[in-house]
Design a protein around this ligand. Structure first.
Ligand code: ADP
Length: 371
């Protein structure tokens, strides 16, 4: 059992820098939780408070219900894997992995068993006699993970462990860490600025911005029902488009006016949009929810192509209305040309709407696709 609870946790650095503000997060036993957000949002500080590497200014940290605020890192039964691996350069891989256990006076035979077991899981048995400098980045990262595994911790913490690896290796290690989670059946907390890592690895994502938790949920719930414009734009690539549109009522129906075109929203969204008649809102639509159509159709709108990015399976089109920009992701069913005007049909049931002032979603948060 290893449940981690952050209750109203804040971190205030010298000079009154509030790096983390009132974080309330529950990491259930065996969950893989990813803290994600742009650089400086406070995700590493949050992780370091869980590890005990930073003092907690306000709030309570519980592990399996026990208060940990004043427990030294070594007694928290937690193992952390760092971005820079933090291996001892003068020690072999074997000794790097064994070091922590020797300090804890674990029996030699038991150390040997655990190191070989971890090395086998990570496929680094043949490197056990090498020093870190004779290893590639990916191999070093495996040793760092191995050092965490041998300690048999209650909770694994990862701080941007893949950001020093090249793109291909990152994808491979991502899958390996997911596989490891499955295999070890352990509680893991993973910090990254990369929303793709968050989406692909997490059972639960915590999105942070400016020291504040924005939304917590399963990857596809956050994708489908982002709580605000920030989360909507942060999760997904290319990001969701936001077009400023004016909400008006015409002949009893709600119409969205972009300036160069009007569309009628999905019937299910009308009750919430009615409150905004006469005001502007952000019409949020994901690139994959904009379909190309050769000829204009009801609710299609014209856009001019500025950039064409063929990716093979699909095409990213960068587009302009007379006053706003957007991106569409569509099948390469047509040879798109720069400066050409095409028509797009939005999947209006997938559209999301955000208040222009508060940037909060104006639709009820249906969430919980997974429930
Ligand atoms: P992230 O991991 O999301 O990139 P951090 O948790 O490292 O962000 O930092 C959050 C904020 O706290 C940043 O604004 C950073 O400059 C500030 N910060 C981090 N460490 C310190 C420190 N030791 N003293 C003062 N401010 C710090």
């Amino acid at each position: 059992m290893a449940k981690v609870e952050l209750k109203g946790i804040s971190k205030v650095y010298e000079g009154n820098v509030r790096a983390v503000d009132d974080a309330n997060i529950v990491v259930e036993d065996k969950e893989f939780v990813v803290f994600v957000g742009p650089s400086g949002c406070g995700k590493s500080t949050t992780l370091r408070m869980v590890a005990g590497l930073e003092d907690i200014t306000e709030g309570e940290l519980l592990i399996d219900g026990e208060r940990m605020n004043d427990t030294p890192p070594k007694d928290r039964n937690i193992a952390m894997v760092f971005q820079n691996y933090a291996l001892y350069p003068h020690m072999t891989v074997y000794d790097n992995m064994a070091f922590g256990l020797r300090i804890k006076k674990v029996e030699k035979a038991e150390i040997d068993r655990r190191v070989h077991e971890a090395a086998r899981i990570l496929d680094i048995e043949k490197f056990l006699d090498r020093k870190p400098k004779a290893l590639s980045g990916g191999q070093r990262q495996r040793v760092a993970v191995g050092r965490a595994i041998v300690r048999n911790p209650k909770v694994f913490l990862f701080d941007e462990p893949l950001s020093n690896l090249d793109a291909k290796l990152r994808v491979q290690m991502r899958a390996e860490i997911s596989g490891l989670h499955h295999r070890l059946n352990a509680t893991m907390i993973y910090v990254t600025h990369d929303q793709v890592e968050a989406m692909t690895m997490a059972s639960k994502i915590v999105v942070m911005k400016d020291g504040k938790v924005q939304q917590i949920g399963a990857p596809l719930d956050l994708y489908a029902y982002p709580i605000n414009k920030f989360v909507a734009g942060f999760i997904g690539s290319p990001p969701m488009n936001f077009l400023a549109v004016k909400v008006s009522e015409s002949g009893g129906s709600i119409v969205l006016d972009e300036g160069s075109f009007t569309i009628k929203p999905d019937a299910s969204h009308v009750p919430d949009l009615k409150k905004y008649v006469g005001k502007e809102v952000f019409f949020g639509i994901r690139p994959e929810d904009l379909a190309y159509t050769q000829s204009p159709q009801p609710n299609s709108f014209p856009v001019k192509i500025t950039v064409v990015e063929p990716l093979g399976a699909d095409v990213h089109l960068w587009l302009n209305t007379p006053t706003q920009s957007l991106v569409a992701r569509t099948e390469p069913i047509y040879r798109f040309k720069i400066d050409e005007t095409i028509n797009l049909i939005p999947k209006l049931e997938k559209a999301r709407y955000f208040d222009k002032e508060t940037e909060l979603s104006i639709l009820p948060n249906k969430g919980a696709l997974s429930k």
